[in-house]
Write a protein that binds this ligand. Sequence first.
Ligand code: GLA
Length: 531
Amino acid sequence: MRRLRPILAAAATAALVATGLVAIETTAVTPALALENGLARTPPMGFNNWNTTHCRAEFNEGMIRSIADIFVSSGLKAAGYQYVNIDDCWARPTRNAQGNLVADPVRFPSGMKALGDYIHARGLKFGIYTSAGTKTCNTAGFPGALNNEQRDANLFASFGVDYLKYDNCNNQGVDARTRYTRMRDALAATGRPIVYSICEWGQNQPWTWAQPVGNLWRTTGDINDTWARMLSIFKANVTKAQYARPGAWNDADMLEVGNGGMTTTEYRSHFGLWAIMASPLLIGSDLRDVGPTDMNILLNRDIIAVNQDPLGKQATIVSNTGGRWILTKQMSDGTRAVALFNENSSAQTISTTASAIGLPGASSYGLFDLYSKARRTTTGAISASVPAHGIVMYRVTAGGTVPPGPRYEAENATISQGAVETQHAGYSGTGYVNTVNAVGPYVQWSVTAAAAGSVTLRFRHANGVAENRPLNVSINGGAPVSVNFPATGAWTTYATVTLTATLVAGTNTIRATATTAGGAPNLDYLEVATG
Ligand code: GLA
């Protein structure tokens, strides 16, 4: 739910005018709640090995450790990817004498606890897999958790597991809702926060009952690395927007980007569609072998920002005429993300309007192309020639204001005298930064600009006390500018403060330093818009 706060906006505008800064936009978000485990407030982002390895021997400890390393070294972690998840075939085919699952000693000689420790040491989270049946799906017959729910949940918690994918094979005909609820309760009883992924393939319409049971639920059978299968899953998942909300997501299955079975154009469509459908973004390719073109798709922060928007809306269908699809996603800052998707095998012109995608009337609209990065204004027409099997995605702003640029989460920035927290819902990414209450703590972002010039900086914050919490903002160590961060009414009410700045080409540092005894407000992210 989005509320405008005109009084707050007016006060903040006055404060900014006083400091010589130029614009203010303030929004507040009160997220709807689902499964009350506080997790997956935005769609989970991470990795799962299944699409690239299935059960083959290359699925092993060395591979998973390498993936965790690459998350850090490639910028995937900084872009928001967090969960490193392992799929079927990690266990021995039989339980031990105590009845517990045991890691396959050939694939995972160091064991699961050590694997979780390795992943956690890199600031990432660890996910595991089993089935809500007597055995998992693989024909080797690995043990499932049906009738062993609490035993297995306790074991997973002892491994340090942060995410469970719970499959549907060999379920003995026991009612799905009963089976998945039992594991929900077993996970809760461990006391460890564990994202709960229901992998029931949409067989019992989980979107109609799973919001209070799991954080996400598969809507279809398995994806594979083909255009046809990707397209059919998109068509099944896109109709279920009304069921998605923070903490409860339609899962269109894991990504195939980087696995080689689709063209670059098709992978851009796949990634863009999954992002705008608020599906989890779980990379399913072996990152050791993924080239720069596919890596850049996965690292596209502007598309990730569409997926991770804290309002938690799944895109809805504006129209589909002859395979020319128009989807719109409501964003927490009042903008809309729009996808023009062409399922045809020839180029098509796809056209809509700002009004049709849900924006209010305005004399001008800002259009930001999330793949090409082009920016322009329009009086309302939104139209593009979209290649065969291709997608064009825009973020559209009413009023001709500069559309938001790449988002840099505060939790991934350099933090001095502060910590990443998650207790106040409504943040984007994996948390926000809470500094100590003093003069001097700061958050410093490293921002890349393609060219020198003026940009718009948009800081998202929450300030639950009555007093303002001004920050000194310094670009590349230059003279600080005092920027006011007004009270937002509650720590769960987020607002944005906007100012203009000049960047150099290449890497820039943007440091925001607390200047009063109250410290900084809680800082959620910085967006940097050019043009
Ligand atoms: C099912 C799931 C897949 C994968 C395999 C593993 O098919 O839907 O995502 O986990 O099992 O066996």
